[in-house]
Design a protein around this ligand. Structure first.
Ligand code: ADP
Ligand code: ASP
Ligand code: MG
Length: 472
């Protein structure tokens, strides 16, 4: 750990949903923080208790459908879940302080749901306020638990720190404003010798409207805060020992990777490795702050260190990841629309819908463009492209959009694949031996990753086959 002389290093620790999932887990968070607070200055960022964000979003959608009962039972469950933590872990004085704050969030939840049921609508803006109020509840509780074990701590709402654009549901931070604001607001807490406990997932526009950073966005909050404070390290505490060679739910014998590079981590998370939100590395890149992935269920395990550049030069594949619910979209410009013109208009449509592709291939002799999309993006893209090419499709200058659903994209990642011959061949034959058909393939010139599209039903076997082939 880098540390200037005589000064404690500054570590931003983010705790995920499972790490704050019940009273026992939150007690564990208190122990981890107290343990490190002796050697380092700690700033905490927390997610909501595991699973509650999904529950809230479902309740809001139900309310918008006119259901006036569902949210009432959800309110009770939320109250019970958070109350249980207070009952088991807080002193009477802390309970008296915290319970009214939790009650305030619960009544915000109820009022919002009631409003949705009246107008039969939930806007992205209102959804952000609703879906992230559970982060306020968990930060309130975690700060109180720390105080109960004798550690000065203060809950801080990230709407006071992180300034974002108004892209509700997936807002982008405005770093020039976020960095000084975060530094200043947290300095007030740190000066008192208290540990700030910041709400993950949420931020606010310049006008103060609550936004969220996208699902799983608390990892991103951790590095936004780490970058702003120029922390020595950011530690992301989760429920696995680190970044593994494959999703342990798909490949039970996957192995922990001690060190990966920023680029490898970005690639893995973009292609579905849930352990990290895809934007997590961005705020720490320039400052070259290392990010650790650690297991709050097994704190003595060192975890994975994510570093600016790889130090291990062993050639080959580092990890396999996959996106299991994608579509392959094919569009043909026929003889009349050249490939560059077809591609320009297609990608402009994707840009206007703010959609990223997972894979792109071209067959220029036939002017055929093929790309893969996440399931959730397909309806918007389909509508946009059918409108863009309405006339051409009518006159059959452009072929209709062909969509192949239930596709998985399997991605082998590794900086040291570059210049190593035979990787694609070994992956092909590993899939071939299992009788798995490859529908499309893509690899960029950086050779950082190679992607294969297969049927969704083959995803588990395909990931395992490649994992075994490279003896990861
Ligand atoms: P948290 O609630 O702590 O943010 P997440 O559920 O978002 O945790 O992320 C951790 C999960 O990511 C793990 O339980 C694991 O199932 C999944 N995962 C997917 N791919 C990988 C991978 N390559 N390495 C580690 N975990 C992975
Ligand atoms: N609670 C939020 C979610 O479930 C943020 C996070 O967990 O990172 O998406
Ligand atoms: Mg997560």
């Amino acid at each position: 750990m880098t540390q200037s002389k005589g000064k404690k290093p500054l570590i931003v620790m983010k705790f995920g949903g499972t790490s704050v999932g019940n009273p026992e887990r939150i007690k564990g968070v208190g122990e981890i923080v107290a343990d490190h607070a002796e050697r380092a200055e700690v700033v905490v960022v927390v997610s909501a208790m595991g699973g509650v964000t999904d529950t809230l979003i479902r309740a809001a959608n139900q309310a918008a459908r006119g259901d006036r009962e569902h949210w009432k039972s959800v309110r009770q469950d939320l109250a019970r879940k958070h109350r249980e933590v207070a009952d088991q872990l807080l002193t009477a004085a802390e309970q008296a302080e915290v319970l009214p704050q939790l009650a305030e969030q619960l009544s915000n939840f109820e009022n919002l749901c009631s409003g949705f049921s009246l107008v039969r609508e939930v806007t992205p803006r209102a959804m952000d306020t609703l879906s992230s109020l559970v982060e306020v509840m968990s930060a309130t509780l975690v700060a109180a638990v720390l105080r109960s074990v004798g550690q000065a701590a203060e809950a801080v709402d990230a709407t006071e720190l992180i300034v974002t654009d108004d892209n509700f549901g997936s807002a982008a931070p405005i770093f020039d404003e976020t960095n000084p604001k975060t530094k200043q607001r947290l300095a007030a807490v740190r000066k008192k010798g208290a540990i700030p406990v910041v709400t993950g997932f949420r931020g606010a526009t310049r006008e103060g409207l609550c936004t969220t950073l996208g699902r799983g966005g608390s990892d991103y909050s951790g590095t936004i805060v780490g970058g702003a404070l120029e922390a020595d390290e950011v530690w992301i505490w989760t429920d696995v020992d680190g970044v593994m060679t494959a999703d342990p739910r798909l490949v039970p014998n996957s192995r922990i990777i001690p060190e990966i590079s920023y680029r490898e981590a970005i690639e893995l998370s973009f292609f579905g490795a849930k352990v990290l939100h895809p934007k997590t590395i961005q705020p720490v890149m320039k400052k070259k702050i290392p990010v650790w992935i650690k297991n709050s269920f097994n704190p003595s395990c060192p975890g994975t260190k994510i570093v600016p550049l790889p130090t291990d030069r062993t050639p080959g594949v580092k990890a396999i990841t996959s996106v299991s619910s994608a579509n392959l979209v094919t569009i043909s410009g026929r003889d009349t629309l050249s490939f560059p013109r077809l591609a320009t208009r297609v990608f402009n449509g994707l840009h206007l819908e703010d959609v990223s592709t997972l894979m792109v291939t071209q067959s220029s002799a036939d002017n055929v463009l093929c790309f893969a999309l996440h399931d959730a993006d397909l309806p918007r893209v389909r509508a946009r492209l059918e409108k863009t090419f309405e006339l051409e499709m009518l006159h059959e200058y452009v072929g209709t959009l062909e969509v192949m659903p239930k596709i998985a994209i399997i991605v082998a990642v590794g900086e040291n694949m570059k210049g190593t011959p035979g990787i694609a061949g070994r992956a092909f034959s590993a899939l071939g031996k299992k009788g798995i058909n490859i529908i499309a393939i893509a690899q960029g010139s950086s050779e950082l990753s190679i992607s294969f599209a297969v049927k969704s039903s083959d995803v588990k076997e395909a990931v395992k086959a490649i994992h075994d082939e490279f003896q990861l």
